[in-house]
Ligand binder design. Structure first.
Ligand SMILES: NC(=O)c1ccc[n+]([C@@H]2O[C@H](COP(=O)([O-])OP(=O)(O)OC[C@H]3O[C@@H](n4cnc5c(N)ncnc54)[C@H](OP(=O)(O)O)[C@@H]3O)[C@@H](O)[C@H]2O)c1
Length: 194
């Protein structure tokens, strides 16, 4: 199975790349910084330079050729202001989904966030509100598409070792933290795509 991971040098992405390589699947990480190529290779994946805030859906569609699945693991990250919450957390998902539709890649996993799916609480920090608004919009975009999508909404991510004990459940789910390793290991991608 060939899996293209948007945000291929992210912490969850690198863990997922290792897992996919370990089970014999081919992962390709889309990254924007050439200095990250070596890390992605070390995780057992291929690396392709693609700035998700600059690429067009046609550009990305070329990169998805032959893929069985797309994972959206990109995020603007800590320290980013409200505009990048929109240009990455929302728009990169829309871009990848547009490209997936153009290429006929049906399987799409989106890493969203707990708190998405409803408006930010009144009085929320501006950047947090922009983040939740962006994630909510990205989810709504994906839900409206004729793709085989899965949306996961992890709570606060930690770098603790994976427990192998997480349970996926529909909302509402009480807040909490979860190791990135457990999110990466959640069975979001079947061994075989039908
Ligand atoms: N932090 C939390 O507690 C939390 C909770 C729930 C959900 N989430 C979500 O979970 C997802 C994965 O989290 P994580 O901690 O693994 O993420 P991460 O380590 O912050 O990685 C995000 C990746 O996205 C990449 N990226 C950003 N802008 C890009 C662009 N224009 N083009 C290409 N790549 C770009 C970053 O690359 P650069 O290094 O080049 O910037 C980075 O490698 C994110 O969507 C995040 O919002 C986070």
């Amino acid at each position: 199975m060939r899996v293209v991971i948007a945000g291929g040098h992210g912490k969850i992405a690198l863990l997922l790349e290792r897992l996919l390589a370990g089970r014999g699947d081919q992962a390709v990480g889309l990254i924007r910084n050439p200095a990250h190529v070596a890390d992605v290779h070390k995780a057992g994946a291929g690396a392709v330079i693609c700035d998700l805030e600059a690429a067009s859906a046609d550009d990305v569609a070329v990169l998805l050729s032959g893929a069985d699945a797309v994972v959206l693991a990109a995020g603007a990250g800590p320290g980013s202001g409200a505009p990048r919450r929109d240009s990455v957390d929302r728009a990169a998902s829309v871009l990848m989904a547009d490209a997936a539709e153009r290429t006929g890649v049906r399987r799409f996993v989106q890493v969203s966030s707990m708190g998405a799916g409803r408006p930010p609480r009144p009085g929320s920090d501006e950047v947090w509100a922009a983040y939740i608004t962006a994630k909510t919009a990205a989810e709504a975009d994906l839900r409206a598409r004729d793709l085989d999508w899965t949306i996961v909404r992890p709570g606060g991510l930690t770098d603790a070792p994976g427990t192998g004990r997480i349970r996926l459940a529909p909302p509402p789910v009480p807040g909490g933290t979860v190791p990135r390793a457990d999110v990466a290991a959640a069975r979001m991608l079947p061994r075989q795509v039908a």
